[in-house]
Ligand binder design. Structure first.
Ligand code: FMN
Length: 337
């Protein structure tokens, strides 16, 4: 099941594991997905630059296959961009900002650029900036959500708007039915976040993974509540008792008060840090304290996630099941009886 984009990227299957920060998608998850023939994308932006470089090298030690490195452009990225280009990462994946300043330099270093958008207007801007691949993110998505349109409505519009440029679909895809659906919409790959968050290799805290297994499609909300350090940025998170308590008072979460009480602590890239209330830090395995008061980011596809599995197995099952759906169910619809 290879699309043109698979040939361009040198991957076997049109399956991409979304980058999930600050510390959910480390080298183990990235390599597991790439080794299974998909594309894993690292998020290690909140590590110090030397640790960020080590994390990239660790991915390379674990896989010889293509992979990506993600940067959120809301935060300073100059050092990280320089490292990505020095390390000649195969793919630089960008989100939340203007990719224009980075495209020429990336191409000069032989690095392909992905940019994630949530609207047709932003897709057009990304295409004009010269990015190689546009990721159309529907409002169902977990994590920070760029737009307000569903994946089903957005993807074909973006495909038409950026004619010829490869489009990847993200948001609400959590099983093979979703993968086949977005290929039918014209996407050349599916990018799944929440499904891979509930994988063995994801760095999500075990209690967070358990919460994912328990939640259904109504169990998330798009809010700006966890705005400490990144205010007024909509994100989709689980509707925990903490979130329910504060909904309607989201303005409080935008204040970024330095004296905000800590709900726990964690370690990211070797650095211990408090998790202050309303910080958008989903709990990693090192987190302790009141995990349910942290930002348990997840998409509406969470209702389809019922088991923690190795990431490579998730890729293989998605591909096998997608093949079966296409070959048996869909082909049967157009073949004479
Ligand atoms: C826990 C979590 C953290 C995320 N962090 C990032 C990030 O750091 N950078 C980024 O580009 N996208 C991030 N995203 C969004 C993903 O790129 C993607 O759009 C989303 O996961 C797709 O929707 P799905 O979760 O329904 O599969 C995150 C998503 C989740 C669930």
């Amino acid at each position: 099941m290879k699309t043109n984009l698979c040939h361009v990227l040198g991957i076997e299957h049109p399956i991409i594991a979304a980058p999930m920060g600050p510390d959910m998608t480390g080298p183990e998850l990235v390599a597991a997905v790439s080794n299974a023939g998909g594309l894993g994308i690292l998020q290690a932006q909140f590590c110090t630059p030397p640790v960020f470089r080590q994390e990239i090298r660790r991915v390379r030690a674990l896989t010889a296959r293509p992979f990506g490195v993600n940067l959120l452009l809301h935060f300073p990225v100059a050092d990280q961009v320089a490292i990505c280009l020095e390390e000649r990462v195969p793919v630089l994946s960008l989100f939340w900002g203007d990719p224009t300043p980075y495209v020429g330099r990336a191409h000069a270093a032989g690095v392909k650029v992905f940019h994630q958008v949530g609207s047709v207007a932003d897709a057009r801007r990304a295409a004009a900036a010269g990015v190689d691949v546009i990721i159309a993110q529907g409002v169902e998505a977990g994590g920070h959500v760029a737009g307000e349109v569903s994946t089903l409505a957005l993807v074909p519009r973006v495909v038409d708007a950026v004619a010829g440029r490869p489009v990847v679909a993200a948001g609400g895809i959590a099983d093979a039915r979703g993968v086949v659906a977005v290929l039918a919409l014209g996407a050349q790959a599916a990018m799944l976040g929440t499904r891979f968050l509930a994988s063995a290799e994801s760095r999500a805290h075990p209690h967070y993974k358990q919460r994912l297994l328990e939640a259904d499609e109504g169990g998330t909300v798009r809010t700006i509540l966890f705005g400490h350090g990144w205010p007024n940025a909509p994100h989709r998170t689980l509707r925990t008792a903490f979130v329910e308590h504060w909904l309607g008072r989201e303005a409080r979460g935008q204040e970024s008060r330095p004296d905000e009480p800590a709900v726990g602590q964690t370690v990211i890239g070797g650095r211990a840090m408090p998790v202050l209330r309303f910080m958008g830090f989903p709990p990693n395995g090192e987190a302790s304290g009141d995990i349910d008061a942290m930002d348990l980011l997840a998409g509406q596809g969470v209702g389809l996630v019922r088991e923690i599995k190795p990431a490579g197995q998730i890729v293989h099952e998605l591909v096998e099941e997608a093949r079966r759906i296409i070959a048996q169910r869909l082909l049967g619809l157009v073949q004479p009886a």
